[in-house]
Design a protein around this ligand. Structure first.
Ligand SMILES: [Mg+2]
Length: 218
């Protein structure tokens, strides 16, 4: 065991998609290659039929309020009204995960931080039915003592409730927790919850920032 950080940080809370995996953009590109549906049309379909201020079906999926099948059915219907034909997207998850790889550098860092004595947690906006897929991608249980998955707790980032729940489970005060996520809005919410945050953009930027936050030499 190396020395614990001198600056009082005792826990790390990491996102999954786009931090511990290669960028999600690759997954959307693979979706486009496979389906012929552009990211623009996919974006339109995600919002199709929504009234002003009404939330995306994706958010309900991530909170586990609707199933993956219900979500995909809705998305196919929305795409039908945009494209004029109904695509078949029920193999979407295989395509999506097939285009993602583990981010080995970040995983190595997380493993090292665990060894250094930090409490490790993962906080992910995810899909209930996808759990076996992401769990088989990464040694999550080896690294993370606590895993908070939006689809099983009924709240999603950036809702304050999911940060409170995570902090409760971690059992360490917010100001002693470092949060890492590739979405700025999620980092801002973590800071509002009292945590320090590193906005992950790429390994070369995030890894030194994480080390600096923990008071480790670069
Ligand atoms: Mg992410």
């Amino acid at each position: 065991m190396t020395e614990p950080p001198a600056n009082g940080l005792r826990a790390v809370v990491s996102d999954f998609g786009g931090v511990l995996t290669t960028p999600l953009l690759a997954a959307f590109a693979a979706f486009q290659d496979d389906s012929g549906i552009s990211p623009e049309n996919l974006g339109l379909a995600m919002r199709e039929g929504l009234a002003e201020g009404e939330e995306l079906p994706l958010f309900r999926l991530e909170r586990g309020e609707i199933s993956e099948d219900e979500f995909v059915d809705g998305l196919e219907a929305a795409l039908e009204s945009i494209l004029g034909h109904r695509p078949h997207l029920h193999h979407f998850r295989q395509k999506f995960f097939g285009a993602l790889d583990p981010n080995e550098e970040m995983i190595a860092l997380m493993r090292e931080l665990k060894t250094s004595g930090l409490k490790m947690a993962m906080l992910t906006n995810n899909v209930r039915e996808w759990e076996p897929l992401w769990r088989s991608m990464l040694p999550v249980d080896e690294i993370f003592e606590e895993i908070v998955d939006s689809a099983f707790v009924g709240a999603r980032k950036p809702e304050s409730r999911i940060y409170e729940l995570t902090l409760e489970r971690v059992g360490i005060p917010a100001e002693a927790c470092l949060f890492v996520d590739d979405l700025e809005v999620n980092c801002e919410a973590a800071e509002r919850a009292g945590m320090k945050a590193v906005h992950f953009r790429e390994n070369a930027q995030a890894i030194p920032e994480i080390r600096a936050a923990l008071g480790q030499p670069g």
